[in-house]
Design a protein around this ligand. Sequence first.
Ligand code: BGC
Length: 246
Amino acid sequence: MHILGIDVGGTGIKGAPINTETQEFLEDRFRVPTPKPAKPKDVVASIKEIIAHFNWTGPVGIGFPTVVKNGKAMAYSNMHKSWKGVQIDNLITKETGLDCTVINDADAAGLAEVYYGAGKDIKGLIAVITIGTGIGSGLFYNGKLIPNFELGHIRYKKKPIEKYAANSVRKEEELTYEKWAKRFNIFLKNVELMCTPDQYIIGGGISKHMEEFEGYLTTKIPIIPAQLKNHAGILGAALGYIDKNS
Ligand code: BGC
C-alpha cells in the first residue's frame, strides 16, 4: 500500500510517501519547521504543505508527539496546550479530505525499528527510546506494540525526566556527552525500576554518536542504536496506518 507518512516533531515536521510492502521511500522526504507556537491551526497548515508538496491524494499516517488514543490527543507535551482533547485524525480528514490515522511518534518510530530495523530479530520486551526535544518511548513485547508508554514523563527533581535528560537539554545547557550521559543513565535506571526490558534501542539524532556516550551508561540491559535513523518516524507513521486498519 502507498501511504504518506508524516512525523510531527518538536522542531520539524517531515513526510514522504512510502510503499509499506517494501518500506521504500517513493520520493525524498520533505521537511518544514514546526511552527512556534505549535498551535493546531498552524501545525495543520504545515501538514497541508507536505500533502501539497507530494500532490498526495491517498491515505495519510501521522506520528504525533504526545499521548494519542484512538486518534485523539490526550495531552500536549511539547506542543501547544490547545492540542489536548483534539481528535487529530478527524481534524486532518476535515481539512484535507484524506483518510488519516494518528499514533504517538515514538510508538511509530518503534514500529519501524522493531519490524524492519534494529529490533527485527529480537524477542521479549524491547524499549525503543527516542531522544530529541523530549524523550519518547515505544514498548514492544514479542513484536507487539504496547501503546503510549510515556517513560520520558517519569518524575525526577519534580519535573518530567525529559526536562533533565533530553537531547534538547544537552544542547541548551551545553553539556558534554559525559555529563549528559550521566543524566540519561538515571533515566535508564528509573525505567528499570518499573519494567525490565530485554533490549534498549536508542533513536533520535544523538544515537549516531553512541560511541561518545555509551561508556558512561551502567545499565546491564543490552543497548543498541536504532538503524533507520531519521527514516524511522516517517516509515513508522505510515506503518501505523496499516496497523490501525488491519
Ligand atoms: C511526549 C511523548 C513523545 C516524546 C517524543 C514527549 O514529550 O510526551 O509523547 O513521544 O516527547 O516526541
